[in-house]
Design a protein around this ligand. Structure first.
Ligand code: AMP
Length: 415
């Protein structure tokens, strides 16, 4: 990446303030998936080895922003991190305020403190509730929130001498702890996870080994419109599956029964197909589908290759499509996968997603899994280890691949 990382600066004897993405699922105080914590360990260990003390900050969930809420506390995360590192992780009662300043000032080299959820303060996100404010007062309210956000960012910056951002998963947000903080601290660099994410995703987009095959699925085109537009110019082959493929099918004049569809995007679907032709790119759509007469696991199913009957809906790709897609995947040198091929959360409709997952895992290509639901599918199949890179950031990886600038990255020092 063209931004500085912790490897480019002298950390010794400094106190480091690091933004991590510890937004992990917690049920009844128990962490259900610690992937994001494990992903930050190399950076944490690297920093602590350099005679430093470390202040960690993160958000967790979506609290109201008006103070402490037990169910959004990062205490279980601090405890878990403590176990993983085999050392005490001090838990702060808040992320700003006099008590936090006092605790942080007492930190010795090698010690680590976890600040409480940054989103306990509404200033973190700097969001204005536009519905509750009369339009005439909106600008004033927005300026006021901006000032408060800067004040919070400054308080966070004052906790250390170096800012490290390792929270790729929140890098697409311009929040107090992710990007605004850099206005108040001279040294702002990426962590090892940030560096890894940007290198893998950046290389895939800028200089992929070819053939470069992108597999895009998921419920809707609308959420991935910019991604499709950006990828069509860069890939050699675009594979489209999942709910979004029915909009393409309908656009091509086929009947799709009561499948999920975005009627306002039929034109966009045709434009995408035309763009593929214009740029000389291959575009693969399902040639057969598993359809169901109801949206539940016990529904009747059949596989069809032409029009769908009126009361049936597409829930997965069919066997011939699986063969077609897997054949293309086996020839790829770089694979990017974002979005499931069907309603994979329901076992009878998960075959297409699982088959694609296995084909990607068995290929020799650089394989990058960049998105929430594909990551879940890979984990569900137990194949994470066989992928080259499983991104920790759903929304952030999507925006990065769309070619958008991520505020949490832009704000870091240039290399
Ligand atoms: P996304 O967040 O856009 O990647 O969409 C992921 C979701 O798309 C998953 O929850 C899938 O169950 C859903 N999905 C995939 N295929 C279909 C389909 N044929 N009908 C309805 N939902 C689908």
């Amino acid at each position: 990446m063209n931004k500085k990382s912790i490897k480019n600066i002298d950390l010794a004897d400094k106190r480091i303030v690091m933004r991590v993405d510890f937004n992990v699922p917690i049920e009844n105080g128990k962490i259900m998936d610690d992937t994001r914590i494990l992903a930050a360990l190399p950076t944490i260990e690297y920093i602590l080895k350099h005679n430093t003390s470390l202040v960690l900050m993160s958000h967790l969930g979506r609290p109201s922003g008006s103070g402490f809420e037990e169910k959004f506390s990062l205490k279980p995360v601090a405890d878990h991190l403590s176990t993983l590192l085999r050392k005490t992780v001090i838990m702060a009662p808040d992320c700003i305020g006099t008590e936090v300043v006092s605790l942080v000032s007492k930190l010795n080299s090698g010690e680590i403190i976890m600040l409480e959820n940054t989103r306990f303060h509404s200033e973190e996100t700097g969001m204005v509730d536009t519905k509750s404010i009369p339009p005439a007062l909106l600008r004033e309210a927005q300026n006021d929130v901006k000032l408060k956000q800067e004040k919070m960012a400054q308080q966070l910056a004052n906790l250390g001498g170096v800012f490290v951002n390792d929270a790729f998963g929140t890098a697409h947000r311009a929040h107090a702890s992710t990007s605004i903080i850099t206005k108040f601290i001279d040294t702002a660099v990426g962590g090892l996870l940030m560096e890894k994410e940007l290198n893998f995703l950046g290389n895939a987009i800028e200089s992929p080994d070819r053939p470069f095959v992108a597999i895009i699925g998921g419920a809707k085109i609308s959420g991935k419109l910019d991604l499709l537009k950006s990828l069509i110019k860069k890939v050699d082959c675009l594979i489209i599956g999942g709910g979004m493929s029915y909009t393409f099918k309908k656009a091509k004049g086929k009947k799709i029964g009561k499948s999920i569809v975005e009627n306002d995007l039929l034109g966009v679907a045709l434009e995408t197909i035309a763009a593929a032709e214009k740029f000389g790119k291959k575009i693969l759509l399902p040639i057969d589908n598993v359809i169901a007469d109801d949206f539940n696991e016990n529904a009747n199913v059949q596989t069809v290759s032409g029009d769908f009957p009126d009361d049936w809906e597409g829930v997965d790709i069919g066997k011939e499509t699986i063969e077609l897609f897997c054949e293309e995947i086996s020839k790829a040198k770089t694979i990017l996968w974002n979005g499931p091929m069907g309603c994979f959360e329901m076992k009878p409709f998960s075959n297409g997603t699982t088959a694609v997952c296995k084909a990607v895992a068995n290929s020799d290509a650089v394989s990058i899994i960049g998105g929430g639901d594909s990551v879940s599918a890979v984990k569900q199949a137990g194949l994470s280890e066989k992928m080259t890179h499983v991104s920790t950031g759903g929304g952030a990886s999507l925006e990065f691949l769309e070619g958008k600038e991520l505020p949490g990255v832009v704000a870091l020092n240039d290399n």
